[in-house]
Design a protein around this ligand. Structure first.
Ligand code: NDP
Length: 444
């Protein structure tokens, strides 16, 4: 490791013991920033990195609620407001039993650079709770969201911090959260949350935006390398919001998506995944992916299997962090993968990224490739401020333009710093420079 970043990594490890995901996220970003710090001493002299690795504010709170049996339950809620140099904090809320401060900090840290890459005025933040919506009744989810917002409301606002969804937080949860915010504040400030329903301030295409955006980015990356998505065999992990719409857009461009998964196992349909069936199972019935084989008997379901053992041309990890480790990466490479588009946040471990790079696999890094969701959230904020709604075509065209521009920005930065085709470095550098320059301008 370069001595110029070693001291920062030490600070992060010492100040945040046991927060492994956060350590990894910082290390991954700082490693790509070495040439920038060597060239721009002013960032080192002005403590820009020390300030970037310490959240501006982090809030932990109790979320007490009453389950359907009348029993009191208590979860832990978080909001980390990481950096506001270029705009109000912006980032999703994750409800999942694995959530703890280390996960929220890793996601919040990544969000700073992702939001910067969109070219829109949004700072970085993230939040969530160790609540598991799975198996809970509608009423339990509602009571939980109301209790969560009862505390969160004092820390957020349309010009302060604007949360959105993430794993376990979709349109339903955003609805309950907004209802409680409105009740407490006594006014209709719908710019406080994004991912809202279309009838009350939501943006068309927000639901599809992250998934579509990944494919727009991958399309540009392949184009720059004389390749296309058409007729390629694609494997997608996950079957949630991001996975479903990445699949939809990949199929639109003529790809053959053969596999998808959830945390129990994967389905393999060599004839091509029938997305309507996946949507019905996941979006309407909220059931497990294994149900798919009941509708399509030619497909097979593998309980607990590793989806990355399936040979493919393009891999799209769209489930969760650390989904592709070194072993899975090697399997993909041995089976002929030539491009990876990261839909989830930090889905490849640092070792997996190194293996992809060593083998010249085209890698679309999460903080650039999945920025379409937050970019469209920022478009939702614009529409809320203007009190008007754009058509689906208008939003989709803006999203496509933003993703194309993000690719070009990453490509340019990677070339400028002598690492052509290293889009991981390009994304980190371009995202960092805008924030660092704003921090310099605004003083300590
Ligand atoms: P969803 O909750 O809609 O879906 C998550 C999917 O991943 C589900 O299929 C889930 O399976 C699977 N999954 C979750 N945890 C695990 C695990 N530990 N092992 C295997 N599979 C798992 O979330 P999203 O689609 O919204 O988010 C997916 C990823 O994309 C996350 O990393 C998120 O941070 C990132 N992201 C999301 C954005 C958005 O707009 N939604 C924006 C940018 C990034 P199961 O149902 O079994 O839990």
């Amino acid at each position: 490791m370069s001595p110029i970043i070693e001291k920062y990594i030490e600070i992060v490890k010492k100040r945040n013991p046991g927060e492994i995901e956060f350590h990894e996220a910082v290390e991954e970003v700082l490693e790509s920033l070495v040439p920038v710090l060597e060239k721009h001493h002013e960032f080192v002299e002005n403590g820009i990195i020390e300030r970037l690795i310490e959240p501006e504010r982090q809030i932990t709170f109790a979320v007490p609620w009453i389950d359907d049996n009348g029993k009191v339950q208590v979860n832990r809620g978080f909001r980390v407001q990481f950096n506001s140099a270029i705009g109000p904090y912006k980032g999703g809320l994750r409800f999942h039993p694995s959530v703890y401060i280390g996960i929220i900090k890793f996601l919040g840290f990544e969000q700073i650079f992702k939001n910067s890459l969109t070219g829109l005025p949004i700072g970085g933040g993230k939040g969530g709770a160790d609540f598991d919506p799975k198996g809970k009744s509608e009423r339990e989810v509602m009571r939980f969201c109301q209790s969560f917002m009862t505390e969160l409301q004092r820390h957020i606002g349309p010009d302060i911090d604007v949360p959105a969804g993430d794993i376990g937080v979709g349109g339903r949860e955003i609805g309950y959260l907004f209802g409680q915010y409105k009740r407490i504040k006594g006014n209709f400030q719908n710019g406080v949350l994004t991912g809202k329903g279309i009838g009350w301030g939501g943006s068309l295409v927000r639901t599809q935006a992250t998934g579509y955006g990944i494919i727009y980015f991958v399309r540009e990356m392949l184009k720059a390398n004389n390749e296309t998505i058409k007729n390629k065999k694609v494997v997608i992990s996950g079957s949630g919001n991001v996975a479903i719409y990445a699949c939809e857009k990949a199929q639109y461009y003529g790809a053959k998506v053969v596999a998808m998964s959830d945390s129990n196992g994967y389905i393999l349909d060599e004839d091509g995944i029938k997305l309507d069936t996946v949507k019905k199972i996941k979006e309407v019935e909220r059931k497990r992916i294994k149900e798919y084989v009941k509708y399509h008997t030619n497909a097979k379901y593998v309980e607990g299997g590793c989806i990355w053992e399936i040979p493919c041309d393009i891999a799209l990890p769209c489930a969760t962090q650390n989904d592709i480790n070194a072993e899975s990466a090697q399997k993909l490479i041995d089976n002929g993968v030539f491009a990876v588009g990261e839909g989830a946040n930090m889905p490849s471990t640092i070792e997996a990224i190194k293996l992809f790079q060593k083998n010249n696999i085209l890698l679309a890094p999460a903080k650039a490739a999945n920025a379409g969701g937050v970019a469209t959230s920022a478009l939702e904020m614009s529409q809320n401020s203007m009190r008007l709604s754009w058509t689906a075509e208008e939003v989709d065209a803006k999203l496509d333009g933003i993703m194309t521009n993000i690719f070009k920005t990453c490509d340019k930065a990677s070339k400028e710093y002598g690492m052509p085709k290293n889009y991981v470095a390009g994304a980190n550098i371009a995202g960092f420079l805008k924030v660092a320059n704003a921090m310099m301008a605004q003083g300590v």
